[in-house]
Write a protein that binds this ligand. Structure first.
Ligand SMILES: Cc1cc2nc3c(=O)[nH]c(=O)nc-3n(C[C@H](O)[C@H](O)[C@H](O)COP(=O)(O)OP(=O)(O)OC[C@H]3O[C@@H](n4cnc5c(N)ncnc54)[C@H](O)[C@@H]3O)c2cc1C
Length: 364
């Protein structure tokens, strides 16, 4: 193992730059980054040759933004994830987590999964070299990637991007935007909407329906749901799920069947975005939530590549550069030939199980 420490001169004075010579650096400590670190160790990469970088180390957006959301996957899949990497040492946890006492066939709250994820994170951080900070720039130089944060420069032969996604947005003038993470947090939402508000909700996916359910329970004047396509339900077949990644499941499926397919709640209007009354209906709204999907979070600077493309069957981006998680999901055909982009904790783990051995060979 080789470490280099060097004194660098930065614009604002003298800064100590530590340059560490690593084999692998995982950027992002959400569920995908946690799984990637765990699987590298399981596959024999010495933990001290692995770097791990995140500004928070708090289970990613999953832990910080979506924790007040009901899950769309069952408890069983979260438990399978937690037990799928030997290096997580989940069996050594000091006590059982409430998640483990729940019915494996039921859904839960995402916050129930956050505590075990945080515990695993802390265990893994004891093994690898972790850097608290945000990767600001990434470049390939003499067969090694250089990752710069505000105060550290890390050199690594391979880099795994597990950097997550941002919500897509629209911006209609005169309509105040409510960020999706606020709209998905009932208590925070209750603080910023009131009786005078008519709130537009764009979308018809899992997130959009959760926002509708949150808003209907609050004392707002009206909620208008603008949507482009009908909602779809996931169908549990014997050994696969139809519309696994786009269909409504759990709480939102129940809610949609009761309220959208049945009698609309009094406060709720639904308007197709192509409907001639769209402009008129939007003019009634003073606030809006855009639940229209997610896009890959951009690294502030990824030198050398104008655009970041990845192979969605292997996660390979460039020599020694790989991606996983919601930002770089695996594409796979389901039983009836639909191409699905697989998102969710168990799917990240399942994908990494098959793909990390390829990444290790690719990098040799
Ligand atoms: C509303 C909602 C509900 C969901 N429900 C479920 C569910 O029930 N079951 C399920 O399995 N999945 C669910 N998911 C899907 C998915 O599991 C989550 O989106 C999950 O958070 C994705 O994990 P990730 O690790 O790819 O990204 P994230 O959780 O977003 O983590 C990315 C991490 O990378 C870090 N990062 C980003 N940029 C940098 C940088 N430049 N330098 C250093 N660090 C960086 C961030 O700080 C963050 O910690 C849900 C998603 C949403 C949005």
């Amino acid at each position: 193992m080789s470490f280099f420490f060097k004194l660098g001169i930065e614009k604002n004075g003298i800064t100590l730059l530590m340059i560490r010579d690593l084999d692998w650096c995982v950027i992002g400590a959400g569920p995908a980054g946690i799984a990637a670190v765990g699987k590298l160790i399981d596959l024999g990469v010495p933990p001290e040759r692995i770097g791990w970088m995140d500004p928070h180390f708090a289970a990613g957006d999953f832990g910080r933004k979506w924790n007040r959301v009901p899950s769309n996957t069952k408890v069983d899949l979260f438990l399978r994830y937690l037990n799928a990497a030997a290096s997580f040492e989940f069996k050594k946890r000091p006590h059982k987590f409430p998640l483990e006492e729940m019915n494996p066939a039921e859904n839960c709250w995402l916050q129930d999964v956050v505590a075990p994820l945080e515990w695993v994170t802390q265990e893994l951080r004891k093994k690898v070299q972790s850097f608290v900070g945000e990767a600001m720039a990434l470049s390939l130089y003499q067969n090694r990637w250089e990752i710069k944060t505000k105060d550290v420069s890390v050199h690594s032969k391979n880099v795994i991007l597990a950097t997550g996604s941002e919500t897509k947005g629209l911006a209609y003038p005169g309509v105040e935007t409510i960020p999706l993470d606020t709209a998905l947090h009932p208590e925070k939402l209750a603080h910023i909407v009131g009786q005078k508000d008519t709130v537009a909700v764009f979308g018809s996916s899992h997130s959009a329906l959760l926002v509708l359910a949150n808003l209907i329970d609050l004392p707002v004047k009206k909620v208008v749901n603008f949507y482009r396509s009908p909602h779809r339900y996931a169908v549990y077949m014997e050994d696969w799920i139809l519309y696994d990644d786009i269909g409504l499941k759990g709480f939102t499926a129940h809610w949609a069947k009761k309220h959208l397919d049945g009698k609309l709640p009094e406060k709720l209007d639904r308007v197709l975005v192509s409907d001639p009354t769209f402009d008129e209906s939007l003019a009634l709204c003073n606030k809006a939530v855009y639940a229209i999907g997610f896009e890959r979070r951009k690294l502030p600077v990824l030198e050398q590549y104008e655009k970041l493309h990845y192979d969605d069957r292997t996660g390979i981006i460039a020599p020694g550069l790989f991606g996983c998680g919601i930002a770089f999901p695996q594409a796979r055909f389901n039983k009836i030939g639909h191409l699905e982009h697989r998102v969710g904790l168990w799917k990240f783990m399942d994908y990494l199980n098959s793909i990390i051995p390829i990444w290790i060979k690719y990098s040799n």
